[in-house]
Every structure is written in structure tokens, then in C-alpha cells.
Design a protein around this ligand. Structure first.
Ligand SMILES: [Fe+2]
Length: 298
């Protein structure tokens, strides 16, 4: 056998770990009209046309992920920011400029920060919109590459231990100019980031995130043994809220996780994404759909 002709691949690059997909975050909104203006008209995302199509909730598609927004009297605000990858920054800025007067008097704001555009929803949720970058985000053109949470000082190590030892999701601590953080791989080209800050952190208001995990019962067993399961939703889903240090049980941070098995009926459901640049004035036949990934380089 001619071994010189056999290509060598680093197979570990494709390892994901137990969490295979960060599908959605969930923050309540008190006004769907303002939510449509910000997330659909402003950010240019797509409302799920199949599920939650009424006034009680709204699911917004971002490539293969979503933001869920149940209608409730009080808005929830994620304590950190959500990152989105989306092409065409100039078009994004134009859309945000267009909705600005309609969202006057709310927390809405946006600014071009160079590396990303930071857009703030009418209730204060911060969204960072990055342009596609294969080195940073892989082949994603439209997607949710990470969600970052602000956490108290000296919690990153323990949070990293929780995800790697309990959830079995690869995690490590990084020291960066913006602060020390636990970085957790929760899907293909997807991370949760827990960034230490000495700034005050608002009280937890009940928002949540949802992940699909392959070994569904293993983390459940540990969480149940430690009294951390907060909801046995159904056969395919459970929830927990506290992130604890597996070394000593100390509660480090609270964010509800909706944990689903990959046998859940909603797993890998195809999501519709539009091309937000299309209008009735500049319409180009055949360009209605948004693409969420680039072709693989061979
Ligand atoms: Fe959810």
C-alpha cells in the first residue's frame, strides 16, 4: 500500500461532544408588533411559518436555530448577548435605520462596532451580528454561533467543569482581553460562553436556552441525584436551572436549560429562511430563499 498517497485527517476536529445543537433561546415579549419590527423587519430574520403563528408566541428562524418569544406582560432579558452570523452588513444597517423611528421610546439601539453590529431589542436584549467568517464561525452564513452570558468572578473554572463532567460537552477556560470565560461546545460551530465580570448582574428573570444532547439519560441521572432537575417535561425533555461546580456543589449561575433528546420529534426540523434583501422594488426571481451555509471546501 502506498501510504504516501493516503491523506491524513485530524478526525478530532469533527468531534462535537454530547450537546449536538443549540436550537433556541427563549425570552418573553410584551408586544409582538415591536418584536416583528425588530427581529423580522430590522434584523431581517424569518418568522417560522409553521409553528407558533398566532399572537401567543413567535418563533424566529436564524439558519438552523431560533429565538422563541412567548407573549407575556413582562419582557425577559438575557444577561449577556446573542451572536448572529448574517451576510450584508450594509443592508442590515439600512433595515435598522428604517425601524429606528418606529421603535423610538423603547430600548432599541444599534451601532456599528467594526467587528460586529450591536443591535438592542425594544426591551434590552443585545444581539451582535457578525458577517460570515469561515475561520471564526465555520461554513455558517446565517446562524447562531454563540450565546454569551455575564457571570460572577471566579466561576468560569467551575462552569467549565459542570459542562465537561456533567453534560459531557467539551469546555475549557479562556483568558481574553474582554475577560476570563468558560467556552462550551454545544453544537457544530456553536458555543455557550460564560464571561466573568465584576459588573453587577441583574437577577435571573426566567429566560431559557434549549439544547439537544445525544446521551440524554446520563446527565439526567447526575442532575436528579443532585436534586437539580426542575421539570420532567415529557419523555423527550427535562429542564434544569442551576449550573453547579461538580467539585463542591456550589451554585455558580442560573439559566434554565431545556434539554431534549435527539429522538425528540422537533429535532433537526428544517427551518425556512428568507433572503431579506428581496423587496417588491428590487425583486430578483429565484433569490427568495436565504442560505445558511457555504459549500464545503474539498
Ligand atoms: Fe424553549
Amino acid at each position: 500500500m502506498d501510504t504516501a498517497a493516503t491523506p491524513e485527517f485530524d478526525r478530532s476536529i469533527e468531534d462535537i461532544g454530547n450537546s449536538v445543537w443549540l436550537e433556541h433561546t427563549n425570552t418573553t415579549v410584551p408586544d409582538q408588533v415591536k418584536a416583528v419590527l425588530f427581529y423580522i423587519t430590522g434584523l431581517g430574520l424569518t418568522r417560522d411559518p409553521y409553528i407558533m403563528t398566532g399572537l401567543e408566541n413567535m418563533w424566529v428562524n436564524i439558519g438552523r436555530s431560533q429565538i422563541h418569544m412567548p407573549a407575556r406582560p413582562v419582557a425577559q432579558v438575557l444577561r449577556g448577548h446573542t451572536a448572529i452570523v448574517q451576510p450584508d452588513r450594509a443592508a442590515l444597517l439600512k433595515r435598522l435605520e428604517y425601524v429606528a423611528p418606529k421603535l423610538a421610546g423603547t430600548h432599541f439601539a444599534y451601532k456599528d462596532c467594526g467587528d460586529y453590529v450591536e443591535a438592542t431589542c425594544p426591551w434590552g436584549n443585545k444581539i451582535r451580528v457578525y458577517e460570515p467568517d469561515t475561520k471564526r464561525f465555520g461554513d455558517v452564513i446565517l446562524g447562531m454561533p454563540y450565546v454569551e452570558f455575564n457571570v460572577p468572578p471566579q466561576t468560569a473554572e467551575g462552569i467549565s467543569r459542570f459542562y465537561s463532567q456533567v453534560i459531557k460537552a467539551p469546555a475549557h477556560v479562556v483568558d481574553q482581553p474582554e475577560g476570563r470565560a468558560a467556552r462550551v461546545k454545544v453544537g457544530h460551530n456553536q458555543h455557550l460562553v460564560f464571561r466573568e465580570t465584576s459588573d453587577p448582574i441583574p437577577e435571573y428573570d426566567g429566560h431559557h436556552l434549549q439544547i439537544y444532547i445525544a446521551d440524554f439519560s446520563g446527565p439526567h441521572r447526575w442532575l436528579k441525584e443532585h436534586g437539580l432537575i426542575t421539570e420532567e417535561s415529557d419523555q423527550f425533555q427535562y429542564r434544569f436551572k442551576d449550573i453547579v461546580d461538580p467539585q463542591n456543589g456550589a451554585v455558580l449561575y442560573r439559566i434554565e436549560h431545556e434539554v431534549r433528546s435527539i429522538t425528540h420529534p422537533l429535532y433537526a426540523r428544517p427551518l425556512v429562511n428568507r433572503n431579506p434583501v428581496q423587496t417588491n422594488r428590487n425583486y430578483r426571481p429565484g433569490y427568495d430563499s436565504g442560505y445558511w451555509s457555504t459549500p464545503h471546501e474539498s
